[in-house]
Ligand binder design. Structure first.
Ligand code: AOF
Length: 241
């Protein structure tokens, strides 16, 4: 894998959480905190991206499809010469991923797995027929993954979680824009995953993010923040429309 700190895609992080900051409960069933109108908003955000990234734990827990759902948005993408849905990307240290997961099987979108070197051979043997596996060194680090995605032509990336991935990208100061949706409920489980875990977040109380929008969407609230130094403002402006 190419490494280095060169150019990287514009990164949008997206998360729906309960009022107590949780993104799932402790059950096997996936918890959807967005309402239908918000899921449709997320679909538009997906349609504007070149790639969607989630952690392997999210692939295991949620078995997500990560596709553009709207036929109209897929058609618009096709008319622009883009694939129906963005490239799907995941990061794994263990390589514990099921080739039958919907991440790999649904929608015909291209997929990419960044696997830690220790798990690379095993992961390639297991998944090589359904995906492209990249050796990501001692562990997949956000800056190196972004540099590699840039080299593969990804200019706008949507990071959809879960907790470890959001924490890694945000503490590394590699998110340009955060879309945080608050659902009107508490989850209350001690063992449930949170939006983020503890870490050295660059946007601490002394260096807050910039709140650019507060939007009620039915019974949920969308908070949109700008992070960092406002790099690549043109790419960010897309989200202001
Ligand atoms: N539960 C939840 C989200 N979950 C995210 O969406 C993924 C599922 O995608 P798909 O299989 O394509 O529907 C899931 O793995 C997680 O990354 N997103 C949201 O905007 N709001 C929600 O309430």
């Amino acid at each position: 894998m190419e490494s280095g700190r060169g150019r990287r895609p514009y990164v949008v992080a997206s998360c729906a959480m309960s009022v107590d900051g949780l993104i799932d409960d402790a059950s096997d069933r996936r918890l959807v905190l967005s309402n239908d109108a918000d899921l449709d908003r997320v679909d538009q955000v997906r349609a504007e991206c070149d790639a969607i990234l989630v952690g392997a734990e999210t692939v295991r827990r949620d078995n997500p499809r990560l596709l553009v759902r709207s036929a109209r948005r897929r058609r618009l993408r096709r008319e622009e010469g883009r694939p129906d849905s963005p490239l799907k990307v995941t990061l794994t240290r263990s390589g514990d991923l099921d080739p039958a997961a919907r991440f790999f099987t649904e929608g015909g979108a291209e997929t990419l797995v960044y696997a830690a070197s220790a798990a690379y051979t095993r992961t390639r043997d297991r998944l090589g027929s359904v995906t492209t596996v990249v050796d990501a060194g001692s562990s997949p680090e956000p800056d190196e993954v972004l540099a590699d995605l840039w080299a593969r032509g990804v200019r706008r990336l949507l990071v959809e979680g879960g907790e470890r991935v959001h924490t890694a990208f945000l503490t590394a100061d590699l998110v340009d824009e955060l879309h945080l949706v608050i659902a009107p409920c508490f989850v209350g489980h001690a063992d449930a995953p949170r939006f983020v875990g503890p870490g050295p977040f660059p946007h601490h109380p002394g260096r807050p993010m910039t709140l650019v929008e507060v939007r009620p969407i039915g019974d949920v609230a969308l908070l949109r923040y700008r992070l960092g130094s406002g790099r690549d403002a043109a790419a960010g402006d897309q989200a202001d429309r």
